[in-house]
Design a protein around this ligand. Structure first.
Ligand SMILES: *Cc1c(COP(=O)(O)O)cnc(C)c1O
Length: 418
């Protein structure tokens, strides 16, 4: 699972592309040994032409599938017209994109960025300044409540509030200002709030934390508590948003609207990094010219592609498909009933299968799955994620289930031999 382990397994690497990456790239990932060179829809091909089903979707960034013709067309035509201007000027794409974005998700204002982490940083800045200007929190004292097991990106501020030791180790000092509570426990949120609390930042489903679904009604209670205690509820839907969980937003399962919303990943249509922080008008009003920015944020190319991505969600067909195919996949996984499966959880097409590490590790499982033409990765060692593009159909779900069942019978045989 770690890099050394992988290098022992294949050392020196026989594939020249793997060898080059290992030689020149920082070893901050430990990829599966497959070299991808083409993608279409839910399928990927390696350089030898072997086909794989993408059950990873680049951590949910490729919700619309690879090389979606309408997204590629939007990208190509805008690239030929005008791609990057900076926000020193207006463009004929940004306003239309943000109008569509705000109207789609029911928020008043949006601030465009590129990566998810940048949009989370934007949310943190907005919440703190809002606390000083609107809530009259004394300067320098604003605090933000977060959840244990959170994932919000890799900047120093963000890893500073992670509960994952490896994300933090060696990267301090951290600036503080965060209080952490167990995910799914609304009483703990209530107890953690002080007069200095600016916001509660939460993922409706913890993605990298292991596809953890909170108890029924959790977000509804958080909404009530935040409103009553004058704390901003900020939902990080970078991974769960835009149809992934079978609703436009994962918040929709609880029928609530947050005060701040963070989107990314799928917003870029699987082609570009596009993210945004959205908020109520009075919250976004804290930003004045010069307060915050990004060279590439909201560029016309990103705006054109993201607008098309939102258009593709508009009729709800893809979102309903995520709901139905997600149920089919979860039910199929549960029906396998292998002793190594501790739990199958998730909503829509954000699914985690938690394995008993005494029987099989997540990485080893993914390697066996890869040999059968399915690509995915584990999170937190034991949880195998199944998050295909939202356009997967029933036959393809059944194909994946057959491959997964085959891996489990293989493991069964391996266990018997020992
Ligand atoms: C991936 C992710 C982020 C960070 O996005 P990047 O584009 O990798 O910076 C933030 N929040 C959540 C919930 C995520 O899953």
């Amino acid at each position: 699972m770690d890099i050394q382990q992988e290098q022992r397994r294949d050392n020196p690497p026989t594939n020249p592309h793997i060898a080059l990456e290992r030689r020149y790239c920082a070893h901050n990932y430990a990829p599966l040994p497959v070299v991808l060179s083409r993608g279409e829809g839910i399928w990927l091909w390696d350089e030898q032409g072997r086909r794989y089903m993408d059950m990873m979707s680049a951590y949910s960034a490729v919700s619309f599938g690879h090389a979606h013709p309408q997204l590629v067309a939007a990208l190509a035509s805008q690239a030929q017209r005008l791609a990057v201007t900076s926000r020193a000027f207006y463009s004929d794409k940004l306003g239309l994109f943000l109008q569509r974005l705000c109207e789609t998700v029911g928020m008043e204002r949006a601030l465009p960025m590129n990566s998810g982490a940048e949009a989370v940083e934007t949310a943190i800045k907005a919440a703190r300044k809002w606390a000083y200007t609107s809530k009259r929190v004394p300067q320098g004292r604003a605090r933000i409540v977060v959840c244990k097991g959170n994932f919000a990106g890799r900047t120093t501020t963000i890893v500073g509030f992670s509960s994952e030791a490896q994300y933090r180790a060696g990267f301090g000092p951290f600036d503080g200002g965060f209080d952490s509570v167990p995910f799914g426990d609304a009483d703990a949120l209530e107890a953690a709030i002080t007069p200095d609390t600016a916001a509660f930042l939460v993922e409706p489903i913890q993605g990298e934390g292991g596809i953890v679904v909170p108890p029924e009604g959790y977000l509804r209670r958080c909404r009530e508590i935040c409103t009553r205690r004058q704390v901003l509820l900020i939902c990080d839907e970078v991974q769960t948003g835009l149809g992934r969980t079978g609703r436009l937003l994962a918040c929709d399962h609880d029928g609530i609207r947050p005060d701040g919303l963070v989107l990314g990943k799928a917003l870029g249509g699987g082609l570009l990094p596009v993210s945004a922080f959205l908020a109520r008008a009075d919250v976004m009003a804290v930003f004045t010219p010069g307060d915050h920015g990004s060279t590439f944020g909201g560029n016309p190319l990103a705006a054109a592609v993201a607008t098309k991505a939102l258009e593709l969600l508009a009729d709800g067909v893809l979102i309903d498909n995520a709901e139905r195919m997600g149920r089919r996949l979860r039910e199929g996984l549960r029906a396998i009933g292998h002793p190594a499966i501790r739990e199958v959880r998730g909503r829509g097409l954000l699914i985690g299968m938690d394995l008993d590490p005494a029987l099989i590790g997540g990485r080893a499982f993914c390697e066996r799955l890869m040999a059968r033409g399915i690509l995915s990765r584990e999170t937190h060692d034991t949880v195998v994620r199944f998050a295909p593009p939202l356009l997967i159909d029933a036959e393809q779900v059944d194909f994946a289930l057959a491959a997964i069942r085959a891996v489990f019978s293989e493991i069964g045989e391996a266990l018997h031999e020992h």
